[in-house]
Design a protein around this ligand. Sequence first.
Ligand code: SAH
Length: 295
Amino acid sequence: MCLCCIDCGKNTRVCLSQLPYIHPNATDMSHSPNQISFGKVYLVGAGPGDPGLLTLKAKGLLEHADVVIHDALVSSPILAMVSERAQVIDAGKRRGRHSLLQEDITQLLIDQAKTHAAVVRLKGGDPFVFGRGGEEMMGLLEAGIDVEVVPGITAGIAAPAYAGIPVTHRDYSSSVTFVTGHESAGKYRPKVNWRAVAQGSETIVIYMGVHNLPHIVAELTAAGMAAETPVALVRWGTRPEQEELIGSLATIVQQVETQQFQAPAIAIIGRVVNLYEILAPASPMHSPHWAKLSA
Ligand code: SAH
């Protein structure tokens, strides 16, 4: 059982073997004569929405942070875990509605770390999976700020799982590719090579793909994927409002249009989608305890 601060030796309520260390007087950065003058930024994954999927490490940080800067996709039950004394800043970015530019967010993190001991940058899913966590980490290190990543459960695994779709299965798929459907070639990231994706993997999991789905389906079909290849879309995965749409490469675009199916959703393409019929009834979403657990 660890009871003392590693920097100053003072007693602490936090067990260092279980939680990332944050001094109990975290806002008072003068407690140790040897302490560096800047605080630390934690790039924390909040998971896909179900608060039960938050890691213990993330929960400990939310309870001890001085400042929490979060994205739009972080669910409200998780934000409710943030300490009452923490300052909470919404840096939410949704498609076409950037409330803060990425450079401004990185600068905000730097500024906050200069005035607070523990700054949590809270991101939906995992910070390094299409979350720009790598960019923020590089910016912080360049500015001389101490930074640590706390991985989260990514939507590309959890949303299919809560819909009864395992992304790999010994009889259906030995490989999975995670790919972005939001292509802005040359601006943010290299263009996706859809031909290589179609030919290189038995399961394709697409983030941010709803808007661009007609283009993606055309590219995958042109690359030789059969029109009857099963496709699932899972919207707001792991949250009480989760919705699924099941079809095939031939039908999914029309289904999305007819049903006005909206982002944010994960698309899953491949034979594993056939397991939906068998496994979806056992999804946590259908558990009688779900409402209680997710409250
Ligand atoms: N870092 C995040 C992904 C951010 S990109 C992660 O690891 O999960 C944002 C995209 O993730 C959304 O457009 C959507 O495609 C997907 N996404 C995030 N949360 C989701 C959820 N609860 N259900 C379905 N898709 C989700």
